[in-house]
Design a protein around this ligand. Structure first.
Ligand SMILES: C[S@@+](CC[C@H](N)C(=O)[O-])C[C@H]1O[C@@H](n2cnc3c(N)ncnc32)[C@H](O)[C@@H]1O
Length: 236
């Protein structure tokens, strides 16, 4: 059994497996990093996993301090090793083993005052009620001029779009020299853990509405590819 979001039964399979499973994973995470101001000083990464997004963010924002949260000790250990090998940890990267649902509910103390909050492939494990609470907490934690960018799967708006995305994923997997079935054979079975559940997808439109309800003054979608999107909001 694995936690929701760990995806692969063996954590060591994550970095290669996620690139086979999701079309344009690197491009999607690069979009998040590119949308940050290079001058950002404090950045929060929610659901950091093995540290892929933290690495890209630190390359884009070379003087930033990143606080990275993940509830999985297995994923966090991989992230720590990667960030340390790259020379970022412990000086510019701090990993915290915690559930971001607890942070959303003010049950976890982390100093506010972030220039940016980022997340990839993690928040879609929360119910919509908790997504809204988390977006509000993120809004509250950001400095004036701060931004939030989330790269996550979104619910296709029609069965035809769902089928189109499925065939795009099959083609993508074939280009990587595997079938989706072969890649999925390496995934683990997750059961609800903490605030997270197996996929709780919402449409892109529902996410943008939630961001506005949470108090983001304006919202944007800098990247989208079928069922994957990078979306977020700005604080004035
Ligand atoms: C699919 S991985 C993505 C990791 C990384 N952001 C990336 O894009 O490569 C999702 C991560 O979110 C974490 N996660 C899911 N729900 C969480 C929660 N409620 N609190 C903290 N971490 C969570 C999982 O443990 C997992 O490491």
């Amino acid at each position: 059994m694995i936690f929701p979001g760990e995806v692969f039964a063996n954590t060591a399979d994550f970095d290669q497996g996620i690139r086979q499973l999701l079309p344009n994973y690197d491009e999607m995470l690069d979009a998040v990093a590119r949308c940050l101001s290079p001058q950002s000083q404090r950045i929060l990464d929610l659901g950091c996993g093995t540290g892929g997004l933290s690495m890209k963010v630190l390359k884009s924002c070379p003087t930033a301090q990143v606080v990275a949260l993940d509830y999985s000790p297995r994923m966090l250990e991989f992230a720590s090793d990667k960030l340390e090998t790259a020379g970022y940890a412990p000086k510019q990267w701090t990993g915290i083993q915690a559930d971001f649902g607890d942070w959303a509910n003010h049950q976890l103390e982390i100093k506010d005052g972030f220039d940016a909050c980022v997340s990839s492939l993690a928040i879609h494990h929360l119910t919509d009620e908790m997504k809204l609470k988390l977006f509000s907490r993120i809004r509250e934690s950001l400095n004036p001029g701060g931004v939030f960018w989330n790269a996550d799967p979104v619910l296709p708006e029609s069965p035809a779009l769902s089928e189109a995305y499925q065939s795009v994923r099959e083609e993508w997997a074939a280009q990587q020299g595997a079938s989706l079935a072969e890649i999925r054979a390496k995934t683990g079975k997750s059961t609800p853990y903490g605030y997270s559940n197996p996929d709780q997808l919402a449409t892109l439109d529902a996410h943008l509405q939630m961001l506005k309800t949470a108090g983001f003054e304006s919202v944007a979608v800098p990247w989208k590819y079928y069922g994957l999107a990078v979306f977020g909001g700005f604080v004035k």
